[in-house]
Design a protein around this ligand. Structure first.
Ligand SMILES: [Zn+2]
Ligand SMILES: [Zn+2]
Length: 103
């Protein structure tokens, strides 16, 4: 009976369509940059967010991938989604990007 087992669902990720739990496993991403008239940032999983930024440059995001539907249509993203679907909503793979120093 641990307290942390109560997870607050804040919505569904526009990338992988899994639940998003309140806490450090989610991030905010600007699908449409402010310079393009973008409004608010949207919640996505931290792991999905990392994937977005490792796959696309800022200008690609601004020009082409400024919509969740376009982001998920990318073949690399499709592969990632298939993989991430099997993970827990609060899953975050520290080895995905930060392989510098261990804490
Ligand atoms: Zn972002
Ligand atoms: Zn996600």
């Amino acid at each position: 009976m641990k307290k942390e087992e109560t997870n607050t669902v804040i919505g569904f990720c526009p990338i992988c369509d899994r639940e998003m739990w309140k806490g450090s496993s989610v991030n905010k991403h600007h699908f449409l940059p402010k310079c393009k008239g973008g409004k608010d940032s949207e919640f996505v999983h931290r792991v999905c967010h990392t994937k977005i930024h490792s796959l696309f440059t800022e200008s690609e995001l601004a020009k082409e991938y400024n919509d969740p539907e376009k982001v998920v249509s990318h073949p690399e993203m499709q592969k990632f989604i298939l993989w991430i679907k099997k993970k827990e909503p609060d899953f975050y793979d520290r080895t995905v990007k930060h392989n510098r120093k261990k804490k």
